[in-house]
Design a protein around this ligand. Sequence first.
Ligand code: SF4
Length: 130
Amino acid sequence: MQCKRCGQCCLNTEMLLSEDDIKRLESLGYSRKEFTVEKQGFIFLKNINGHCFFLNPETMKCKIYDHRPTGCKFYPIIYSIREKTCLVDEDCPMSHTVTGNEIKKHCKEIEIFIKKLIEEAKSRRKLLRS
Ligand code: SF4
């Protein structure tokens, strides 16, 4: 795809994070509390003033781009739980540049990643109940 680095995908983000993503970002000196929000066991990137915690709103650039979360690397290819398949998010202005081969190439990895997120959320909920 041809990402134009507009930062649109960093506004009102609903990006899920894995434990590996969180540890990688913590290793940069950020604390989990400042950049995450938990809902029903799932961990999401936190928004500040309508944009991702890690977006610099003046430059519209990601402050941790080289270490960005796994889901941000796959974007604009996303997984639709309702349709049980990978889709291209049409909110991305460059979604039309994503090729069928790119979707095919990443979809398996995305499905594995989603399963991991679900397992991690189940463990957190279990911990809360114990
Ligand atoms: S919205 Fe699309 S084009 Fe803009 S930064 Fe995100 S992935 Fe790139």
